[in-house]
Structures are given as C-alpha cells and as structure tokens.
Design a protein around this ligand. Structure first.
Ligand code: GLA
Length: 375
C-alpha cells in the first residue's frame, strides 16, 4: 500500500501573533509544498529520506522519547514529533518508509515545518487506516511542535497547511477553532510575497518572549479590571484605554497591539468579502505599524519593503507577515504595478547593500491533498 500526501506552506494576510492570544487570523496557502510518499512496512519503525538533505534516518515507533531541548532541531525531529503526538493521542501507527520532498523555502517564515508535519501526519494516518478529521490532524501537529519540538507556536500554521482552500483565505477563530473561507477578489490585483532573506536569528527566543509578555499581561489584568480574563482576546477596546497606562511597559503596548489587530482581522475579512480591497490595503498598513512600534517584531528590511512598496503608484498596502524578525512581507498591488515594485525594492535593497530580496508570485493554493488511502 502506498499513500501520497502534499501539504503547502502559508502566508498570513493579517492577524499576526494573535493566534496564541486566542484571537483571529487570516492565512492562505502558497504554491510551495511538502510531499510525502509513504509505503507500509512490517516492523514498527520509520525510515525516511528527504530529497532536500543527504542520507536517511530510521527510528522506532515503540519508544519515542521526548527531545532533549538543548539539541539543534533536525528535520527528522518533526517526523518523530508527529509520531510521538499520535502515540500521546492513543493512536497506533504502522511502520513506514517515507520519501519526502519540499519546495517550501526554509527559514523564510512560510511555515515549512508545519507543512512537513501535516504532510507526514496525513501520510502516516492514511497508511495506518486512521480516520481523523483535518482539524484533529492539525491539532496533533501543533502539539508535536509545542511539546516535542519546543516551539510554543499558535495553531495558525498547522491549520493553514491542513485546511486551506484554493482561491480563498481562511478566517480562523483560534479559540473556538471554527473557521470560514473568504474568497479572494483578486481579479485586478495580486498579493506579492517578498522575502527579505534576513536570517531569523532571534525568531524563537523573541517569539517565546512575546508570548510570555502577553501571559504576564493576562495575569495582571484581572486585578485591574476586577473581573476574570482568559486571554488578551477578552480585553475590550474600552477597557484597554483604562488599563493600558497601568500595565508596566511593554505590556501595555503589547496588549494594545493585540486588541487592535484582532479588530483589524475582522474588518479585513469583511472588506475582502465585499471586494473592498482598498480597505484591506489600509488595514495592512496599520497592522504593520503596530507590529513595528507596539509589538516590536519587524526588522529594518521588512520596514523598507513596506515603505518602498507603498510609495509605488498602484500599491494598495503592504505589511510584514509571519512571526517577524526577518522573513517575508506581502504587498497588495494592481497587476500592472508589479514590475515597478520589484524594481524599486531591488534598488532600495542595493542602495543599503542588503542581499537582493526574493519574490514568490504565488497565492491562495489548495491545502492538504491525499491520494492512495485516506480520510
Ligand atoms: C509563527 C507561528 C504562528 C503565529 C505567527 C505569528 O508563524 O508559528 O503560530 O504565531 O508566527 O502570527
């Protein structure tokens, strides 16, 4: 028996760092994906080869110990993490031989790891005859990333890889895990992904620190508001005005960003639903400013992309996307403006002696696909 699963990377249209605050996000899949071909074997072990890395890796399914967090994360750790999470959820996997290939850029903030986790999880579940809902599959991969790999990410990336729909963005409520597909009215315009090509050196440590800051705010808020509060999602704009100055810096600014960004996601979804691209473009600009000044996760290169692109006629908006500290930005533009945007950004980067940015002209692809067995 042979099963083949393909899961895409993602880009987020708006709603950054809101997922782990139980808020709203609006991601879409990209045309770059991870494909896993799985063949069953008798022994309860997994042997995997990746076209992107030399050699092969083998591990047993019988005794999957948690990773020692101090070791460098290797590609095979994502596979082990997924198998571990199946075990924790009470599922029994069959042994398998896996052949993996990926076109998702690694280290660019386009969720290559979530794509790998979801493709591996789907292939192994299919091979083992397990009927899982896609939402459950996404949660399982999220658990692997948090508890096995040790990156305390939110649920957005795994949901986008498992559940995206071609031509649509996915409005996901990260508390209820309900989602809705928003058709993208991109006849006249397109979204261009621009990779700053800056290594995201601080991404994990600063990411985890932002989480801790949000948690610290949630701990202090009930005392100030005299009511219980589960996450920053529960803070209203009115309450924010009252508590912002009473929280120690930077917790007030972090809270303001999250409250405002959640509101922007809802507005952006409504704007896209009714074809008001200008409004979505405006919200992109506000989102970027918040990420730069209040949440402090942008970088000089991402700021330059946003500023230089926004100055080109025919550009409706731009913002960084993903965790930040390097990685990618997205630009919403009229199709005729694309070559000028590429040229301007190339010049702006050359002027500052930065590496040339890369462009990914791909957008709103399909989510996970599975053939040969499945659910
Ligand atoms: C990373 C995480 C996501 C999300 C984004 C920021 O991609 O994996 O869960 O928090 O950063 O929006």
């Amino acid at each position: 028996m042979k099963v083949r699963a393909t899961a895409p990377g993602r880009v987020n249209l708006i709603g950054e760092h809101t997922d782990y605050n139980e808020g709203f996000v609006l991601p879409a899949a990209i045309d770059y994906a991870v494909t896993v071909e799985a063949v069953a074997r008798k022994e309860r072990s997994v042997t995997a080869r990746s076209a992107n890395f030399p050699g092969s890796e083998t591990f047993s399914l019988e005794s999957l110990e948690r990773r020692d967090g101090s070791e460098k994360i290797r590609w095979v750790d994502y596979l082990k993490g997924v198998c571990w999470a199946f075990g924790e959820a009470g599922y029994r996997l069959r042994g398998a031989q896996l052949a993996i290939s990926s076109s998702v850029p690694v280290g660019s903030g386009l969720s290559s790891s979530a794509a790998l986790e979801v493709a591996v999880a789907a292939a192994l579940a299919g091979l083992s005859g397990l009927k899982l809902e896609r939402r459950e599959l996404a949660m399982l991969c999220w658990r692997a990333e948090n508890e096995y790999i040790g990156v305390r990410c939110g649920v957005m990336d795994q949901f986008a890889a498992a559940l995206s729909r071609a031509g649509h963005a996915m409005l996901l409520d990260c508390r209820s895990l309900e989602y809705e597909y928003i058709p993208l009215p991109l006849e006249r315009c397109r979204l261009l992904i621009v990779d700053s090509r800056v290594p995201r050196a601080l991404a994990v440590s600063e990411y985890n620190r932002r989480r801790e800051e949000c948690e610290a705010a949630v701990e202090q808020l009930p005392g100030l508001l005299e009511r219980p509060l589960r996450s920053l999602r529960d803070l209203s704009a009115k309450e924010l005005v009252w508590v912002e100055g009473q929280l120690p810096d930077p917790l007030g600014r972090r809270s303001r960003y999250i409250v405002e960004e959640n509101e922007r996601v809802k507005r952006a979804a409504a704007a896209l639903r009714s074809g008001r691209l200008e409004e979505y473009g405006r919200l992109m600009g506000l989102s970027h400013t918040g990420l730069r000044d209040l949440y402090e996760v942008s970088s000089p290169e991402l700021d330059e992309i946003v500023e230089a692109a926004t100055a080109v006629p025919g550009v409706l908006g731009a913002r960084m996307t993903g965790a930040g500290f390097g990685g990618c930005a997205i630009v919403l533009l009229e199709r005729e403006a694309e070559s000028q945007v590429r040229q301007r950004l190339g010049e702006a980067f050359a002027c500052r002696r930065w590496r040339e940015p890369s462009f990914y002209p791909t957008f709103a692809a399909a989510g996970l696909t599975l053939s040969g067995g499945g659910f």
